[in-house]
Write a protein that binds this ligand. Structure first.
Ligand SMILES: NC(=O)C1=CN([C@@H]2O[C@H](COP(=O)(O)OP(=O)(O)OC[C@H]3O[C@@H](n4cnc5c(N)ncnc54)[C@H](OP(=O)(O)O)[C@@H]3O)[C@@H](O)[C@H]2O)C=CC1
Ligand SMILES: O=C(O)C1=N[C@H](C(=O)O)C[C@H](O)C1
Length: 278
């Protein structure tokens, strides 16, 4: 149960995994400013043992930093927010659900099979989990508009642009979109990849089955942050819907905090910020 503060407001107590990272650093001051949110513990291997305020170059904040999720979970809390790395996010989420927390996942790298496993765990513990490949409003609109366009145009493929150092491919944004699109798209009219002459891998990676699969082409080059492009082709015309992230983490903050406030409202996994919008 969320704890009450001196003003009688119910506070949502947060453990922030990845608090010293690009997104985590943007979330900390926004949580501090919110009357209904309280940061109670943080996770970062390189800053473990420090006070988070000091770790971020400021004054002591009273928020301890831990190296491992099991240590952080000893602090009573309501929600785990995770912005870490693809190789650890699932273990963090499973541990938090087992510990009775709701979970908000921003970290990329997980797919449908991982979320099925997390859904079972969330249901078993009667907790909610919201994962979004992208918490920005404009990326959320990319998903909404692309799913809408897929009702009318059969042929669609995705291009996923990211930095040369991004560990996962496709991006969280691209993967969530591809998996959702595969569930609603009409059958492609393009030649099946099994019939391609040459190097079939150049036709991209597939999400979904048969003619309903969605092909994703991932580019990893210096200068990109993250961009996802949905290209629809129809006879003699084309529609492109594209999102490009900028260099600041500010666009992800409001969506992450919205999810943090809402995630106790259901049990099981929901994917996408669009599931919280009207
Ligand atoms: N859904 C969305 O809207 C968005 C998603 N992302 C995704 O979020 C993730 C994080 O991105 P970003 O903030 O740029 O990453 P950073 O590399 O800047 O930060 C990662 C953070 O996680 C911590 N961390 C890394 N590994 C571990 C570990 N094994 N245990 C505990 N803490 C760990 C790091 O601290 P330390 O190394 O000290 O442990 C650091 O605080 C990525 O997957 C990215 O793609 C990014 C932007 C928006
Ligand atoms: O790694 C990043 O930087 C980003 N990752 C997210 C993703 O994997 O989709 C999205 C964000 O715009 C930036």
């Amino acid at each position: 149960m969320p704890a009450g503060n001196a003003k009688g407001i119910l506070m949502i107590r947060i453990i922030l995994a990845g608090a010293t990272g690009w997104v985590g650093r943007a979330l900390v001051p926004a949580i501090d400013k919110a009357a209904d949110l309280e940061l109670v513990a943080a996770l970062s291997r390189n800053h473990a043992g420090l006070d988070l305020g000091v770790a971020l170059g400021g004054k002591p904040s009273g928020v301890p930093v831990f190296a491992r999720i099991e240590e952080a979970l000893a602090t009573p809390a309501d929600v785990l927010i995770d912005y870490t790395k693809p190789n650890v996010v699932k273990a963090h989420a499973l541990a938090a659900l087992k510990g009775g927390l709701n979970v908000v996942i921003g970290t990329s790298g997980l797919g449908a099979a991982d979320y099925a496993e997390l859904d079972a765990e969330a249901l078993a513990h009667k907790r909610g989990l919201l994962a979004a490949g992208n918490f920005s409003i404009t990326a959320t609109l990319l998903k909404r508009f692309t799913l809408e366009a897929a009702k009318y145009v059969a042929d669609v493929e995705l291009i996923d642009y990211a930095s040369a150092t991004k560990p996962d491919a496709p991006s969280g944004t691209g993967r969530e979109l591809a998996e959702a699109l595969a569930g609603v798209r009409q059958g492609a009219t393009s030649r099946p990849v099994s019939e391609v002459v040459g190097v079939p891998e150049t036709r991209g990676g597939a999400f979904g089955e048969g003619a309903h699969e969605v092909r994703v082409h991932a580019l990893r080059l210096p200068s990109f942050v993250l961009g996802v492009e949905a290209i629809f082709g129809a006879p003699d015309e084309r529609l492109t819907i594209r999102h490009d992230a900028g260099s600041s983490a500010a666009p992800y903050v409001a969506g992450t905090l919205l999810a943090t406030r809402k995630v106790s409202g259901w049990t099981g996994v929901r994917r996408g910020l669009d599931t919280l919008l009207d």
